[in-house]
Design a binder for this molecule. Structure first.
Ligand SMILES: C[S@@+](CC[C@H](N)C(=O)[O-])C[C@H]1O[C@@H](n2cnc3c(N)ncnc32)[C@H](O)[C@@H]1O
Length: 204
C-alpha cells in the first residue's frame, strides 16, 4: 500500500471503534525497557500510543510515528490527559528520519510485505546510535487467520525476522507464547519477538 492508501485504511479502522488496541504496553517491551537506561526512543507505527506512552512514563523521551493521524490524535490526547510528554509525527515509516541518534527503536505489530520488511528494519537500524536497541514484536505465522493480517507472507517467524535484521547484533529472536494485551484484557497469544543492538563503534 502506498502511504495515502495506508493512512485511509488505518484511519477507517480507528474511526470504527473508540479504541482499537489495549491501553497497556506490550509485556515483552516492558521487560526489555526495565533492563536498559532510558534515553531517546521512537515508536514506528505507534497507533494509539500504548507503548510510546508507557515508555514516556518510564523516563524515555519518545516520538510516536504513525501514518494514521486518527490513531496519533488519540495517542496525543491520552498523553496530555496522563501528563506525559509525547512528540507525535504523522508519517509513513519510509519517510521518517529521527533528527538525532536513538537509544531505542520500537516496531510493534507492523507487518509489511516481505519486500518492505528488510527496508523497514534497516531504516530503524540506521536511526540507532551505537549501542542503541531495536525491539520488535509481531504475530507468529501459526496465528494466521486468528490475529494480524490474513496473509501468511506478512506474518513472522524467527527466521524471517533474523533475515530482515541485518547489521545488528541479535540478542533475542524467538517465538513466544504469552499473555498478550487485547481491548478485552489479556489473552494467550503467540508472537515473534526480536531484540537487537547496533554494535558500538570501535574507538579510532
Ligand atoms: C497493528 S497496529 C499496531 C499499533 C501499535 N504499534 C501497537 O502495538 O499498539 C499497526 C499500526 O501501524 C501503522 N502503520 C501502518 N502502515 C504504516 C506505515 N507505512 N507507516 C507508519 N505507520 C504505519 C497503522 O496506522 C497502525 O497504527
Amino acid at each position: 500500500m502506498d502511504p495515502r492508501e495506508s493512512a485511509a485504511f488505518w484511519n477507517e479502522r480507528y474511526r470504527d471503534v473508540d479504541r482499537l488496541w489495549s491501553p497497556n504496553p506490550n509485556a515483552l517491551l516492558a521487560e526489555l525497557a526495565a533492563g536498559i537506561a532510558p534515553g531517546r526512543a521512537v515508536d514506528l507505527g505507534a497507533g494509539e500510543g500504548r507503548n510510546a506512552i508507557w515508555l514516556a512514563k518510564n523516563g524515555w523521551s519518545v516520538t510516536a510515528v504513525d501514518v494514521s493521524d486518527v490513531g496519533l490524535e488519540r495517542a496525543a490526547r491520552r498523553a496530555a490527559e496522563e501528563g506525559v510528554e509525547l512528540e507525535c509525527v504523522v508519517s509513513d515509516w519510509r519517510e521518517y528520519r529521527a533528527p538525532s541518534p536513538l537509544d531505542l527503536a520500537v516496531i510493534a505489530f507492523m507487518h509489511p510485505r516481505p519486500d518492505d520488511r528488510k527496508r523497514m528494519f534497516s531504516s530503524a537500524r540506521d536511526m540507532l546510535g551505537s549501542g542503541g536497541h531495536l525491539f520488535t514484536v509481531g504475530v507468529d505465522l501459526s496465528e494466521l487467520d486468528r490475529r494480524g493480517p490474513r496473509d501468511a507472507e506478512r506474518l513472522y517467524t524467527p527466521e524471517r525476522l533474523s533475515l530482515a535484521l541485518t547489521g545488528l547484533e541479535l540478542l533475542r529472536c524467538e517465538t513466544v507464547a504469552y499473555e498478550g494485551e487485547g481491548t478485552e484484557g489479556s489473552r494467550p497469544v503467540v508472537d515473534v519477538v526480536a531484540i537487537a543492538r547496533r554494535p558500538a563503534t570501535e574507538p579510532s
